[in-house]
Design a protein around this ligand. Structure first.
Ligand SMILES: CC(=O)[C@@H](O)[C@H](O)COP(=O)(O)O
Ligand SMILES: NCC(=O)COP(=O)(O)O
Length: 237
């Protein structure tokens, strides 16, 4: 089974558009869990343009499924994670001004740095994951840091899926097999959607978890949140 972790950043984007508390991110997370999702993901950005640091603390109190916090491990992020002790922390090398995540880690160049951060979080009992492009050297490099899992950055898969799903999936399959052989758990995320998720899951049987936000919340505008969460769960069985 592949677990669905719903990224609720976009619920916070909508709330922040008016500066009030509608929609309420805590209520949204609780509803998403009640619809069967096995996790809640947040990716607070340094400018707090969607999920705020206060949201993370509020969510920590109520999330009963897996809580996954993603971000670039600057000092503020490290404190946030240590203060809120999620189930999993996913390290993403995004620039401060990035519109969204646009690359995985160079795990070879950053091996020593990542080793240090991974060990800091693991000592606190937090599962660790590193966001990587589907590149075998990056998988081997990730394993050397002592990390528990990798998260495959799926933007390229999503982009090419419509034109040629066979070529779109190839590098991801190879990296997932390699990661599994190195005892690294395999997560995936970015631009996954109701259209492309089933094939990704079918082709990567070792897939432990997907985190999905932008497409899922957009699809929910047409189809309803409960319906959409349940459709993903069906496709991930
Ligand atoms: C790592 C990743 O791919 C997601 O966390 C994604 O970047 C969501 O962040 P935004 O909602 O800010 O686009
Ligand atoms: N880790 C990926 C994530 O949380 C959601 O990415 P997206 O579905 O918003 O592109």
């Amino acid at each position: 089974m592949t677990r669905l972790s719903v990224n609720i950043n976009k619920i916070a984007t909508l709330r922040n558009a008016r500066g009030g508390d509608m929609p309420n991110v805590v209520e949204a997370a609780q509803r998403i869990e009640s619809f069967g999702a096995q996790g809640i993901t947040v990716h607070p950005r340094p400018d707090e343009r969607h999920i705020t640091y206060q949201d993370v603390a509020d969510l920590k109190k109520v999330v009963t499924t897996e809580f996954n916090i993603e971000g670039n491990p600057n000092d503020k992020f490290i404190d946030l994670v240590l203060n809120n002790k999620p189930t999993q922390v996913t390290l993403v090398p995004d620039a401060v001004d990035a519109i969204t995540s646009d690359a995985g880690w160079d795990t070879v160049k950053n091996e020593d740095y990542l080793k240090e951060i991974v060990s800091l979080f693991k000592k606190e009992g937090i599962r660790t994951s590193i966001f990587v492009d589907p590149n075998q050297d990056m998988i081997t490099g990730a394993q050397k840091t002592g990390v528990d899992r990798i998260e495959l950055y799926t933007e390229a898969y999503a982009k090419h899926y419509q034109n040629n799903k066979l070529t779109a999936i190839r590098a991801y399959k190879e990296c997932a097999v390699l990661a599994d052989s190195l005892a690294l758990g395999v997560n995936a995320g970015h631009d996954l959607s109701l259209d492309n998720i089933a094939y990704f899951k079918e082709q990567i049987p070792v897939l432990k978890e997907v985190s999905i936000g932008h497409a899922l919340i957009s699809e929910a505008m047409y189809l309803g949140l409960e319906n959409v969460v349940k459709q993903y769960l069906n496709k991930l069985k």
